[in-house]
Ligand binder design. Structure first.
Ligand SMILES: CC(C)(COP(=O)(O)OP(=O)(O)OC[C@H]1O[C@@H](n2cnc3c(N)ncnc32)[C@H](O)[C@@H]1OP(=O)(O)O)[C@@H](O)C(=O)NCCC(=O)NCCS
Length: 161
C-alpha cells in the first residue's frame, strides 16, 4: 500500500513571513495589475497593509522553506459592485511549476478557515466563469453570476458546511 505523503510545504501568514511580500506583490502585479497599466510599486505599497495589526487585510503564503510556492490575500472588498459582501479571498496564485499538487486548494481552504476564526460566517470570492469549477470542486457555491463588466461569478464558503 502506498504511504500517504505528508505535506511538504507550510502555509504562513505574511505577518510571520514578511520576506515573501515582494514576491507576492510581483505575482499579483503580473497577473492582475500590470495589464491595466499600474506600476509594481503600487502593489508593493498595498502589501504593507497586509503586515499591520488590523484583522483585515492579511495574506497567506505557501512556501517550502525560503521557496515561494503560492499565495492569497484576504481583503475587505474585491468587487466594487458588491460592497455589502466581506471578507473576500482574492489573488489566489500558485507558481506554474508547483501547480496540480493541491496547493491552490489548500490556500483557499486555509483562507476561508482564517476568516471563520475571525468571526465571519461567510467568505466570498469572485472568479471568471472558467475558473469557478476549481472552487466548486471543494465546496464553494455560486451566489451570483455575470457581475460587473467582466461577468464575474461570486462564490461563497459558509462556516460549518
Ligand atoms: C487556479 C490555481 C490557483 C490553482 O492552483 P493549483 O495549486 O494548481 O490548484 P490545485 O492543485 O489545488 O488544483 C486542484 C484541482 O483544481 C482544478 N483546477 C486547477 N486549476 C484550475 C483552473 N485554472 N480552472 C479550473 N480548474 C482548475 C483541477 O481539477 C485541479 O486538479 P488537477 O491538478 O488534477 O488538474 C493556479 O492554476 C493559478 O495560480 N492560476 C493562475 C491564477 C488564477 O487563475 N487564479 C485564480 C483567480 S480566480
Amino acid at each position: 500500500m502506498p504511504r500517504p505523503q505528508s505535506q511538504h510545504y507550510a502555509i504562513s501568514d505574511l505577518r510571520d513571513q514578511p520576506g515573501f511580500c515582494s514576491t507576492v506583490a510581483d505575482r499579483v502585479w503580473r497577473a492582475w495589475w500590470q495589464g491595466a497599466g499600474h506600476p509594481l510599486e503600487q502593489v508593493a505599497n498595498h502589501m504593507q497593509e497586509m503586515l499591520d495589526e488590523r484583522e483585515l487585510p492579511f495574506g497567506l503564503v505557501a512556501h517550502e522553506g525560503a521557496t515561494y510556492l503560492g499565495s492569497t490575500l484576504i481583503i475587505s472588498c474585491d468587487l466594487e459592485e458588491r460592497p455589502q459582501y466581506a471578507p473576500w479571498v482574492a489573488a489566489v496564485w500558485v507558481d506554474a511549476e508547483h501547480r496540480h499538487q493541491g496547493i491552490g486548494r489548500a490556500l483557499v481552504r486555509r483562507a476561508a478557515e482564517a476568516t471563520f476564526d475571525l468571526g465571519h460566517d461567510v467568505a466570498y470570492l469572485c472568479a471568471l466563469p472558467e475558473r469557478r469549477s476549481f472552487y466548486e470542486a471543494f465546496g464553494w457555491r455560486r451566489l451570483e453570476e455575470g457581475v460587473g463588466p467582466h461577468g464575474l461569478t461570486v462564490l461563497t464558503c459558509v462556516r460549518g458546511i
